[in-house]
Design a protein around this ligand. Structure first.
Ligand SMILES: [Zn+2]
Length: 193
């Protein structure tokens, strides 16, 4: 496995609508494994293929809360999240059902150092194919529900910035233009998606 370099706003690949995957090849499976390693190393809890330069509909997720030593804290998961087998490697994920409203302070590995509250659906049902080409169906709330919405946004060329008010978005964008990103900035990364 290899650590991949993470594309940052405003790279063009982050704005493109990613292509569906029509065959889960060994090279795509190894890309998914590299993406997981890259996500854990960041650290983050979700990563979509466009964030590492591939405009295809693939995302990896592991939203299990961890303590300062990286140990999983299962008691912080919701009942629905506890039924999920992590990590998830999701090929062609789609949301089938969504309900409720929640606001969560989101960060993104492609916009490091910025964390803003984003309104999302609280509950989602989604489907995807796993590396074994079997269909995965998940009903969830909690951080996993937030994360899958954030990752599918990436596959549609959207960033969490696009959910903010016009004023807030232009403030952040001009700040990034002026200062760029601090590569050592780790603030908010433990929840970065
Ligand atoms: Zn992101």
């Amino acid at each position: 496995v290899a650590i991949l370099s993470i594309k940052k706003y405003p790279e063009a690949v982050l704005k493109a609508v990613a292509k569906p995957i029509d065959e889960i090849t060994p090279s795509l499976i190894s890309l998914a494994n590299d993406m997981l390693e890259t996500m854990y190393a960041a650290p983050g809890v979700g990563l979509a293929a466009p964030q590492v330069g591939y405009s295809i509909r693939l995302a990896v997720i592991d939203t299990r809360y961890r303590d300062d030593f990286g140990r999983v804290e299962p008691e912080k998961l919701t009942d629905l999240e506890r039924e999920v087998t992590f990590p998830l490697k999701l090929f062609n994920p789609v949301i089938l059902k969504k309900d409720g409203k929640v606001s969560f302070d989101e960060g993104c590995l492609s916009v490091p150092g910025y964390v803003e509250p984003v309104k999302r659906f609280e509950y989602v049902e989604f489907e995807a194919y796993g590396p074994d080409e079997k269909k995965i169906s998940i009903s969830t709330d909690g951080l996993l529900a937030i994360c899958i919405q954030h990752e599918i946004d990436h596959l549609n060329g959207k960033l969490f910035l696009d959910h903010l008010s016009h004023i807030k978005r232009s403030m952040i964008k001009s700040k990034i233009k002026k200062n760029g990103f601090d590569d050592n900035e780790r603030e908010g990364r433990s929840h970065a998606l």
